[in-house]
Design a binder for this molecule. Structure first.
Ligand code: ZN
Length: 506
């Protein structure tokens, strides 16, 4: 009996490792494709990706897997597993069921549809032609509804999609959260707009920022945050991203613009926050499906914490303003800490989500959440989206787009079938404010610490309390252990109100 268990466990571990290695190889290829692989190599690489992902998919849905899961789910065997492998069994089961419940032919049809839809979306966006994209979007929505029926759902169909990115999140909770945000953020945005005091951020948009020096500055800040260059690297790509192969290899990218100083800087800090998470997941979890982030929302909380709460704070820049002047002596001549602080925190309702500041950002997410929820529950039609979009923009942000390119067509997510993902951005913002409040309680002079550049103390605290656990804890469990509370949007709202009332003299 005992020998049977050991053999079975070894077999299961080998299977789990094999899946991880395929995925790790895929990640390296994706990184390469997005950071400068030669154009002529792309078709060949696509074949390699197809083969590797099929192999990985086959393994996670194999009879072998089902056999292992069946064995280790039996109480007498399960009780002998350590806490890590108990969690691995649960993760593999989730993945197995999710994939197995969709008939293969249906899944293939969906993969083809979404890959076509992505290029159609791009063209539709560039030519401002919603009608070109809408038949694809209709089909993608229908597929998602069918998938939900196959997977099953509780209370609301949209819950199944939410749960995939944010385990445990529900429409009921999110409705309440967004309601609280709407009540206080919409008037705050209005007051900011009406304030006679408006920061001047024109200093960032002169066509003079040498990209090599921008890179030098980003590298310096990442180093101060505690990002390990022995376990990562910073490259350039069209859209910034983080990709983690394993804790020892977590790469980030940014994009430098000569006529925009803040874009690359804050995207480096943002991706650096994501990367610190992945670099500090416990190596005990390596090569398993729990050696990854708890959820998309918790992942985003790490990037937003560094980018916005720390990276856009006065204390942070009181530490680095001198370095800024050293690296860009002419460009920032005469710019004081106060000028700089206010300029990086300029708030203005804008049409494009990815350009939004930290106050208006959540309103952009709210619009997408409301639309997705209504589409999945068949309460609205795809054909009506451009109008619905405009109405909601007007209601929440007080502006509306003149075209669909800057409206409903702006995001790539829906063309790839990523429904249920958008709320992670706002959940990340909410978590980040809650977590920061917990950090504040831990260090009685946090602002002084940041002013002195002691950022690695924060990194270590996050590593010990959040990062190292990987996916062993759910988002709710992490919040509970770190803050003693459930999700609470009050901390984010309080943070935004007090910061921006001071900046805008409200
Ligand atoms: Zn992010």
């Amino acid at each position: 009996m005992e020998k049977g268990f050991e053999e079975k466990l070894q077999h299961f571990q080998e299977l789990v490792h094999k899946i991880k290695y395929y995925n790790e190889a895929l990640s390296v290829i994706f990184w390469d494709l997005r950071t400068g692989a030669p154009k002529k190599g792309v078709p060949s690489r696509a074949k390699v990706i197809g083969m590797l992902s099929t192999e990985s998919f086959k393994l996670s849905t194999s009879e072998e897997m089902e056999d292992c899961l069946h064995y280790f789910e039996q109480e007498e065997n399960n009780s002998k597993l350590d806490h890590i492998y108990k969690a691995v069994v649960k993760e593999c089961r989730k993945e197995y069921d999710r994939s197995k419940k969709i008939p293969e032919a249906m899944y293939k049809e969906y993969v083809i549809l979404t890959s076509e839809a992505e290029s159609i979306w791009e063209e539709a966006k560039n030519t401002d032609n919603f009608l070109m994209f809408s038949p694809y979007l209709e089909k993608i929505v229908d597929f998602n509804i069918k998938f939900i029926d196959l997977w099953g759902y509780k209370d609301n169909k949209y819950n199944t999609l939410l749960d995939y990115y944010e385990p445990g999140m529900t429409v009921e909770k999110l409705d309440r959260i967004f309601e609280q945000l709407r009540e206080r953020i919409v008037p705050l945005v209005q007051n900011i707009k009406n304030s006679p005091y408006q920061p001047d951020d024109s200093m960032f948009f002169k066509n003079c920022f040498d990209t090599a020096r921008q890179e030098e500055f980003s590298l310096m800040i990442l180093d101060k945050m505690g990002y390990s260059f022995d376990a990562g690297r910073l490259d350039v790509s069209e859209h910034p991203f983080t990709i983690g192969m394993c804790p020892g290899d977590v790469r980030i990218t940014t994009h430098y613009y000569q006529d925009n100083f803040i874009s690359a800087l804050f995207s480096s800090i943002h991706e650096g926050g994501h990367a610190l998470y992945e670099q500090n997941i416990s190596t005990e979890l390596e090569d398993t499906p729990v050696g990854t982030a708890s959820s998309m929302g918790i992942h985003e909380s790490q990037s937003r914490l560094w980018e916005n709460i720390i990276g856009r704070s006065r204390s942070f820049w009181s530490c680095y303003i001198e370095d800024l002047h050293k690296i860009f002596p002419e460009e920032f001549k005469g710019v004081s800490l106060e000028d700089f602080y206010k300029a990086i925190n300029k708030v203005a309702p804008s049409l494009i989500r990815t350009d939004a500041d930290e106050v208006t950002y959540n309103l952009h997410v709210m619009i997408r959440y409301e639309i997705e929820k209504a589409l999945i529950n068949k309460e609205i039609k795809v054909a009506d989206l451009p109008e619905i979009w405009k109405e909601k923009m007007k209601e929440y942000l007080g502006i509306e787009p003149n075209n669909d390119r800057e409206g409903v067509l702006q995001d790539v997510h829906w063309s790839g079938g990523s429904f249920g993902y958008f709320p992670s951005y706002t959940l990340g913002n909410i978590y980040s404010a809650q977590i920061y409040n917990a950090i504040r309680k831990q260090f009685n002079n946090l602002d002084e610490m940041i002013k002195n550049g002691e950022l690695t103390k924060i990194k270590d605290w996050l590593g010990e309390n959040i990062h190292k656990h990987g996916k062993l804890l759910t988002p709710a469990e992490i919040l509970k252990s770190v803050t003693g509370e459930e999700i609470n949007s009050g901390y984010l709202i309080d943070y935004l109100e007090s910061k921006y009332k001071e900046i805008y003299k409200l």
